[in-house]
Design a protein around this ligand. Structure first.
Ligand code: PSU
Ligand code: MN
Length: 304
C-alpha cells in the first residue's frame, strides 16, 4: 500500500519528464490570509512559478487523497471553506483516513512534497519557537520537520511574532542549514533584517541546489531553510512593525489563544493593526519566494 497521492496532470507530466516543480502550501490560503486576497495570491504565486519556467504544485488534502496540484475549482473551494483542518505531521494521516478536508502547513507540505518527489517548496514564513515557549512549550512542528524531511524550503525568514534567537537555536539542534539569500542577516518576514546574523549565506540558486544535492549524497535526511529577504519596496521596517506585534501578542495572551490558533490569530490582528499593509507585504514576499524557488528547482534539475 502506497501513499494516496493524486497528481494534477501538469505536475505528473513535469515530474515524469524531470522538469522543475515547486511545491506550495495551502495553510497560507485557509489560515494565513483573508478571502479574496488568499485566492488571488494563490493564483498569482502559481503564475509566478510558471513564468519562471517551473510547474506549481499546491498541496492539500481532500477526499482521502493528498492532492499534488489543485484545479481552479479546488483552489476556490479551499479559499472560501470555513472548516478546513490545519494539518501538520501529527494530523495528516487522521485527516486522510477520515476523508476530511485539510490545508497543509510547512511541515505537512514537506512530507507530501517528499512523497511526490518534489525537492523545492516555496512559502511565506515558517513556524518557529513562540515567545514565552519556556512556559508554553509552543514550538512549531515545522522546525522538527526541516530536520528530517529532505525538501529545500524557501521562506522570508521567520516572523518577528516569534522568538527568533530561540528559533535559530532549535533549527541548529535539528541540523537544519539556515541560509540567508544575498545578505548576512536573517530576514524577519515583513522586514529585511532581524538584526541577527544568519548561520549561512548563499548568493545564487546554483549554490543552494548544489548543497541540496550534496545532502542527498551524504545521506542526510533533513531539508534546508532558505531565508529570502522581502523586496525592499514592500518591506515594513522593524521599528514600525515591532509595537504592533507587541500589541497583538498581548491580546493573544489576554484572550488565552493557544496551540494551532496562535499563528492565525496573530496574522489576522497584525493585518488589522497595519491597516492591511502586512498583507500587501506578505503577498509580495511570497511571490518573491516563488521566483527564487523556481530558479533553485531548475538548478537542481540541471545539476542532477
Ligand atoms: N507564517 C505565515 N503565514 C502562514 C503560516 C506561518 O506568515 O500561513 C502557517 C504555515 O503554514 C506554517 C504554520 O507552517 O502557519 C505554522 O503554524 P504553527 O505555528 O501552528 O506551527
Ligand atoms: Mn504552535
Amino acid at each position: 500500500m502506497t501513499a494516496p497521492l493524486t497528481y494534477a496532470p501538469e505536475v505528473r507530466a513535469a515530474l515524469d519528464a524531470g522538469r522543475p516543480v515547486v511545491a506550495l502550501e495551502s495553510t497560507i490560503i485557509t489560515h494565513g490570509m483573508p478571502f479574496p486576497q488568499n485566492l488571488e495570491t494563490a493564483r498569482a504565486v502559481e503564475a509566478e512559478v510558471r513564468a519562471a519556467g517551473a510547474v506549481p504544485a499546491t498541496i492539500a488534502v481532500m477526499g482521502g487523497h493528498i492532492h499534488v496540484g489543485l484545479t481552479e475549482a479546488e483552489l476556490e473551494r479551499l479559499a472560501q471553506a470555513q472548516d478546513v483542518m490545519k494539518l501538520s505531521r501529527a494530523d495528516l494521516a487522521v485527516c486522510l483516513a477520515n476523508n476530511g478536508v485539510g490545508a497543509t502547513t510547512v511541515a505537512a507540505t514537506m512530507i507530501c512534497a517528499q512523497l511526490a518527489g518534489i525537492a523545492v517548496f516555496a512559502t511565506g514564513g515558517i513556524g518557529g519557537v513562540h515567545r514565552g515557549a519556556e512556559d508554553t512549550f509552543d514550538i512549531s512542528a515545522d522546525l522538527a520537520e526541516l530536520g528530517q524531511t529532505a525538501v529545500t524550503v524557501v521562506a522570508a525568514g521567520a516572523k518577528a511574532i516569534l522568538d527568533l534567537p530561540k528559533t535559530l537555536e532549535v533549527l541548529e539542534t535539528n541540523g537544519v542549514p539556515v541560509i540567508a539569500y544575498g545578505q548576512n542577516d536573517l530576514p524577519a518576514f515583513w522586514s529585511r533584517s532581524s538584526g541577527l546574523r544568519a548561520p549561512l549565506r548563499a548568493d545564487t540558486p546554483a549554490e543552494i541546489a548544489a548543497a541540496h544535492l550534496m545532502r542527498a549524497r551524504l545521506g542526510l535526511p533533513g531539508g534546508q531553510l532558505i531565508a529570502n529577504p522581502i523586496p525592499p519596496e514592500a518591506e515594513i521596517p522593524r521599528a514600525e512593525i515591532t509595537p504592533l506585534i507587541e500589541t497583538a501578542l498581548a491580546e493573544a495572551t489576554a484572550q488565552g489563544i493557544a496551540a494551532k490558533a496562535v499563528t492565525p490569530f496573530l496574522l489576522a490582528r497584525i493585518f488589522e493593526l497595519t491597516g492591511g499593509r502586512s498583507l500587501a507585504a506578505n503577498i509580495a514576499l511570497v511571490l518573491n519566494n516563488a521566483r527564487l524557488a523556481s530558479r533553485i528547482a531548475a538548478e537542481i534539475v540541471a545539476q542532477r
